[in-house]
Ligand binder design. Sequence first.
Ligand code: GAR
Length: 210
Amino acid sequence: RMQLGILISGRGSNMKALIDACAGRDYPAEIALVLSNVASAGGLETARAAGIKTIVIDHKAYPSRAEFERDLDQALRDHGVELVCLAGFMRLLDKDFVKRWHDRMINIHPSLLPSYRGLKTHERVLEDGVRFTGCTVHYVRPQMDEGPIIMQAVVPIDDHDTPQKLARRVLAYEHKIYVESVRLIASGNIRPRGNKTASKGLKFPKKGLI
Ligand code: GAR
């Protein structure tokens, strides 16, 4: 089974969705390591409770980004990680690190990329009055929130939405598409091709989400 390294900075609900999926007998991946740059991240407790190895690498303890990322990289390799899953990991990663994990690192973002890169996506979506938003799982490239798209889910916006309500509805879809994206990769049914992805003539599971 493909060995996952999950990077978190906070609550870790996407990580929890992956933990639950990996508990399934037929799921083609398992979690080798959960790594956080924040010692107080709630997700660490969740991971420990599930018996998963956790490590904290606090970026504030490092004089430079390069040294922080060198230890991050070392920990991932020490644990045999084959696919890095960013799950609410709120540090930008430098291009050296991104290159090292090229095509072997994915991210989840709470918007329909390439729209609404960056932070406060739900606030900006509501300010703009768009009718649909969603979430995206993509391979990581050096530019923030950029890279070949693996899966997306579309979420309609209600007239009386607030950023909090919308975040909650989008999050439920994040959990689904993250689990399905890792399944596609780990089963060898999707790969990056140029700035897009190619799937092996496969009908995406959970059609209608994408
Ligand atoms: C998720 O909504 C994720 O899409 C977002 O942070 C949240 C983490 O929640 N990520 C980003 O905004 C990355 N730029 P979680 O810790 O419960 O998975």
